[in-house]
Ligand binder design. Structure first.
Ligand SMILES: *Cc1c(COP(=O)(O)O)cnc(C)c1O
Length: 451
């Protein structure tokens, strides 16, 4: 068996998979208008997104063609490799077979360009000249900077202040690709000014940055907003990962027993998992689906499944999802991409239906796992991805205990080359674990709207 499986270009996916029509009947609840409690129509999103993307958001077509221009750009780094982690298997002395799909080979170093590119494309087609967006760890902002540059558009990135300070090279990267990068909260938007008035020292959060970017888009005609995770169309664009991976696993002659990924908003995991979930929903397989999140932002393992806002300033419709409360601001952990108060409605519904489950890990144990992986397989993982690695290692050790030869597949969503200061802290023993912020979560949960 080959250790690394690649697809030839002529077998690259030409369509994305939309899981919505295959979801169990009644499991998807519509977004609601907070003022009326009624479902919002596509028009509600029109100030922010082009109609082509809004139609994807509500689409019930099982497959959507990938535009040719987007396919051409995907080919700059796709197909991404499917790698069997034989050295890790050996280090763990496990009978399990561990495979990972490596999305860190994209120019921005993560899975995020898979959706940034089509989002920029559809906006350019609709005559939009500039994209305003937010970024946590800087992965999404750099992906959008890359994508807008490729389509000759401008890009304004509201970067969560703690990351702006911790990850100066992510900012430089965005600037190389021509974006303007602002530390959020800024004094440029009403949302940013409102936060700064309450707390001039605010380190920001994804929720605040989303409020700022969406306000920028809503108040400028030639500018649209763009979101890097959570929404249905984003998860659908990411299924290019799983569609490729299914073919690669077939070439390797295996099918996963367990599909693992980290979840911040849910997009990289959905991207890998949904094409396999399709088989489970069709009753053809009984695959286990497991997602890993930080214990300091335990959206799925400790949050409620209920209607809540997608942003801190309550400017979005209400979505039915797992949430810790829209004004919950997680501690400044190094896995910045996993610091979001809520979870994609599609992922939340699958958890609610018992089709997938989640596990939460502390910061030190995920760095243990990341370093262990780097020493076996060479690749230095992003702290976000190390949550998936930790879950895969735990499953592989369970297999060792039970003598089971399961096939474990996980998504290595990105590399950690811009996270070396976090690795430094870990290696010098200065990395601390945050206690589960129970009190803060209780406070923010009390403010979830009552429907
Ligand atoms: C953004 C990011 C994540 C988390 O986002 P999802 O939408 O849950 O995928 C995970 N890994 C990496 C490398 C990221 O950049």
């Amino acid at each position: 068996m080959t250790v690394k499986t690649l697809l030839s270009e002529d077998r690259l996916p030409t369509r994305w998979y939309n899981i919505a029509p295959d979801m169990p009947a009644g499991s998807l609840k519509p977004p609601l208008n907070p003022a009326t409690g009624e479902p919002v129509g596509p028009d509600a999103l029109a100030p922010l997104f082009p109609m082509s993307i809004i139609m994807q958001e509500v689409s019930t077509d099982r497959y959507v063609d990938i535009p040719e221009e987007v396919q051409e750009i995907y080919k700059l780094w796709r197909p991404t490799p499917l790698i069997r982690a034989m050295r890790l298997e050996k280090a763990l002395d496990t009978p399990a077979k561990i495979f990972f799909k490596y999305e860190g080979v994209s120019p921005a170093g993560s899975h995020k360009p898979n959706t940034a590119v089509p989002q920029a494309y559809y906006n350019r087609e609709a005559g939009i000249r500039r994209i305003a967006t937010e970024t946590g760890a800087g992965q999404w902002g750099s992906s959008m900077a890359l994508a807008t540059q490729m389509f000759g558009m401008e890009c304004t990135v509201y970067m969560v202040k703690i990351s702006y300070q911790q990850k100066p090279y992510r900012r430089s990267m965005m600037e190389v690709w021509g974006a303007e990068v602002l530390a959020s909260p800024t004094d440029r938007t009403n949302s940013g000014r409102a936060i700064l008035e309450q707390d001039p020292e605010s380190l920001g959060s994804l929720g605040i940055a989303i409020s700022e970017a969406s306000e920028d888009a809503a108040t400028h005609d030639d500018c649209n907003y763009s979101l890097g995770s959570v929404l249905n169309h984003v998860l659908m664009h990411q299924t290019v990962i799983g569609e490729e991976c299914r073919q690669q696993m077939e070439m390797a002659g295996v099918y996963p027993d367990i599909v693992i990924g980290c979840i911040g908003g849910g997009s990289n995991y959905a991207g890998l998992a949904f094409p396999f979930m399709r088989d489970r929903l069709a009753g053809e397989r009984n695959t286990e689906f497991l997602a890993a999140e930080p214990s300091s932002c335990p959206t799925v393992t400790k949050g409620s499944y209920t209607y809540d806002y997608g942003d801190t300033l309550c400017s979005t419709p209400l979505f039915m999802m797992h949430t810790l409360g829209h004004d919950f601001i997680p501690p400044g952990i190094h896995a910045g991409g996993l610091r979001y108060h809520a979870m994609a409605p599609l992922i939340s519904a699958l958890v609610d239906q018992g089709l997938m489950s989640a596990v939460a890990y502390g910061q030190t144990e995920i760095f243990d796992a990341g370093v262990r992986f780097a020493r076996a397989e060479g690749i230095i993982p992003a702290p976000e991805s190390s949550h998936a690695i930790k879950a895969a290692i735990d499953k592989a050790l369970e297999c060792r205990e039970k003598g089971e030869e399961k096939v474990i597949l996980f998504n290595l969503s990105g590399h950690g080359h811009f996270d070396m200061s976090a690795y430094d802290q870990y290696l010098s023993g200065k990395l601390s674990d945050y206690a589960y912020p129970e009190e803060k979560i209780r406070e923010s949960m009390a403010k979830i709207p009552k429907i």
